[in-house]
Design a protein around this ligand. Structure first.
Ligand code: CTP
Ligand code: MG
Length: 398
C-alpha cells in the first residue's frame, strides 16, 4: 500500500533564473559550488529543515537535472519532491510552484535557490512565526553599512539604518494569504513579502542568517565557495567525499539509416548507415551514458531525448561536448573513458587511432580507448543486423 504524503508545510525553491549577473555558461542553479550544484546545496538546507513538500522550480528543459539533485538531497524524503518548470520572471516561477502544492499544505515558504547556504534553523524559525502570528514572515538582518541617499554621484542625505532591515528568504506565509495575494498582483514585486504587503497583509521579520546571502555576482560565488562545506554522501547515491566514481553505458543501433555510416565520431563513406534519432553512433551514445551514470546525472534520454530537436542528426562531437559541460556544471572532471564495440563492420583497426583522437577531442582531450570485436557470427551483431557498444568512464571532482 502506498501512503500519499500529506505535509502541512510546502517549500517552493525557485531555481529557474538564468543567472545573468553571475555570467557562467549554465543557469545559476546548476553552477558548481564545492563539488555540487548551487541547487544541491540549497536543497541540503531545505531537507534538513522540518518536513515539507518541496517544489523545485527549474528552468524549462532542465527539470531532469533538478530532479536528480532533489532526489539526492532528499534521501528518504524523495516522495516529498515535486519539480516544475519556471517562468520568465521570479514572480511567474513562484506562481508555477504555488500551482503544484498539494492540498494538505497550509503554510508556504518561498526560497531562492541562489541563497544556497541558508541554514535549516531559519526555515524552522519562519514556520514557527507564521504559525504563531498568521502574518507573513521574512528573515532579515540589520544593515551594517552606513547608507546614503544619492542623486547621480552626489550624496543627498544619510539614511537612518536603525530603521532598515535586509530581507532574505525563505519567506513564509499562510497558503491562503499567499495565493490570494498572487491572484490579485498586477505588477512585478522584488520579493513575496512586498507582493503580500501590497495585497494588504501584515508581514513581520525574524532573525536572518549571515550565510543566507544571495549568490548574484562572481564575487558572491567566490565567497560561497569559501564557506561551502562538502555535501555529505547519501548512502547508495553519492560517494565518500574525494573518491572518484565509475559509470557504465551501453547502446545498440540497427543498420538501415540514411546516408553514410557515423561511428565512433567518424564518418565511414561507403559503409551502410545506422538508424536512430541522431546519427546512430552507438559508441558515442554508450560513452554519454557511462559519463552521466558516473556523475549520477540520469541517462542520455534525460538530456538528449527526442524532445530535443537540436540533437536530431547530431554527431558525436555535439553529444560529448554537451555531456562534458553537464558534468562540469555539476563539479566533475573526466579521468578516462574505455569503449568496446561489437560489430562485423567496418574494419576498425586502420582508423582506431583516428577514432580515439576524435572522441578524445570532443571530451576536451581526456584519454579514450577503443576496442572492437566481432562476435563469432552470434547474435544480432554477428548476423550484421546492428552494432552494440559498451563503455566505462572514470570521473573525479573538478
Ligand atoms: N528565479 C526564478 N525564475 C526566474 C528568475 C529568477 O526562479 N524567472 C529565481 C532564481 O533562480 C533565484 C531567485 O529567483 O534562485 C532569485 O533571483 P536572482 O538572484 O535574480 O537570480 P537570476 O534571475 O537567475 O539572476 P540574474 O538576475 O542575475 O539573471
Ligand atoms: Mg534575476
Amino acid at each position: 500500500m502506498t501512503l500519499t504524503p500529506s505535509p502541512r508545510v510546502g517549500v517552493i525553491v525557485v531555481a529557474a533564473g538564468s543567472g545573468t549577473r553571475l555570467g557562467q555558461d549554465a543557469p545559476k542553479a546548476f553552477v558548481g559550488l564545492g563539488g555540487h550544484t548551487i541547487l544541491r546545496h540549497a536543497l541540503r538546507g531545505v531537507f534538513a529543515a522540518p518536513e515539507a513538500q518541496v517544489v523545485v522550480v527549474a528552468p524549462a528543459g532542465r527539470e531532469g537535472e533538478a530532479l536528480t539533485d532533489a532526489r539526492e538531497a532528499a534521501g528518504s524524503r524523495a516522495p516529498l519532491v515535486t519539480v516544475v518548470a519556471g517562468g520568465a520572471t521570479r514572480q511567474a516561477s513562484v506562481a508555477a510552484g504555488l500551482a503544484a502544492l498539494w492540498p494538505s499544505v497550509e503554510v508556504v515558504l518561498v526560497h531562492d535557490a541562489a541563497r544556497a547556504l541558508t541554514s535549516p534553523e531559519v526555515f524552522a524559525r519562519v514556520i514557527d512565526a507564521v504559525d504563531r502570528t498568521g502574518w507573513g514572515v521574512v528573515p532579515a538582518l540589520p544593515v551594517i553599512d552606513t547608507i546614503k541617499r544619492v542623486e547621480d554621484e552626489r550624496i543627498i542625505e544619510a539614511v537612518d539604518r536603525s530603521q532598515l532591515a535586509a530581507a532574505q528568504t525563505p519567506q513564509g506565509f499562510r497558503r491562503d494569504v499567499l495565493e490570494t495575494a498572487y491572484a490579485v498582483a498586477s505588477e512585478e514585486y522584488t520579493d513575496d513579502a512586498a507582493l503580500v504587503a501590497a495585497a494588504g497583509h501584515r508581514v513581520a521579520i525574524v532573525e536572518g542568517d549571515a550565510h543566507a546571502f544571495k549568490i548574484t555576482t562572481p564575487a558572491d560565488l567566490d565567497r560561497a565557495r569559501a564557506f561551502a562545506a562538502p555535501v555529505p554522501p547519501v548512502p547508495g547515491a553519492s560517494p565518500a567525499h574525494g573518491l572518484p566514481r565509475v559509470g557504465v553505458g551501453t547502446d545498440v543501433h540497427a543498420f538501415g539509416g540514411d546516408g553514410s555510416l557515423w561511428l565512433a565520431g567518424l564518418e565511414w563513406p561507403g559503409e551502410p548507415a545506422l538508424s536512430g534519432h541522431s546519427d546512430g553512433d552507438a559508441v558515442a551514445h554508450a560513452i554519454v551514458d557511462a559519463l552521466l551514470s558516473a556523475a549520477g546525472l540520469g541517462d542520455i534520454g534525460t538530456h538528449f531525448g527526442t524532445s530535443r530537436p537540436e540533437f536530431a542528426g547530431a554527431h558525436a562531437d555535439a553529444f560529448l561536448a554537451r555531456t562534458r559541460a553537464l558534468l562540469g556544471e555539476a563539479g566533475w572532471a573526466i579521468a578516462n573513458v574505455a569503449v568496446q564495440l561489437q560489430s562485423n563492420r567496418p574494419k576498425f583497426a586502420p582508423r582506431r587511432a583516428e577514432a580515439e583522437a576524435a572522441l578524445s577531442a570532443a571530451l576536451g582531450g581526456v584519454p579514450v580507448s577503443l576496442a572492437a570485436t566481432t562476435t563469432d557470427g552470434l547474435g544480432f551483431t554477428g548476423s550484421g543486423t546492428g552494432v552494440q557498444a559498451f563503455a566505462v568512464a572514470l570521473i573525479h571532482r573538478a
